[in-house]
Design a protein around this ligand. Structure first.
Ligand SMILES: [Ca+2]
Length: 117
């Protein structure tokens, strides 16, 4: 196929597909994960941890991620993911509980709080 025949054929295929319409898909996913189970060595560890989590919450906005995929004229695909209310808490637990034993010690809480300032 020469360039002279390729160009009209390509244009015809694209126009034909355009005539069929663009396939469009848009989806919003809300992630509502449960709070991670965690215990605290002492009340002081819990207080230090929760105060640090509140500081993070106050300084952050709800997060949202978008995934878009386009093939011009033919396909448009868009996914929006909205994170749930426990996102900050769960991320904080994972960061603070450094040995992942399900219990935040005073030392872990203090280190976590110091790193959120
Ligand atoms: Ca721990």
């Amino acid at each position: 196929m020469t360039f002279r025949t390729f160009l009209p054929v390509t244009a015809g295929v694209l126009l034909g597909l355009g005539g069929l319409g663009c396939i469009s898909h848009q989806e919003t996913i809300h992630t509502n994960k449960q709070r991670l189970p965690i215990s605290f060595e002492t009340d002081a560890a819990a207080r230090t941890f929760y105060e640090a989590v509140e500081k993070i919450r106050e300084s952050s906005r709800p997060t949202e991620s978008k995934t878009e995929f386009h093939i011009p004229v033919i396909l448009s695909h868009k996914i929006t993911t909205v994170n749930g209310p426990h996102q900050v808490f769960n991320e904080s637990v994972q960061r603070a509980d450094t040995n992942q034993d399900g219990k935040i010690t005073e030392k872990e809480a203090r280190i976590f709080a110091d790193n959120t300032k």
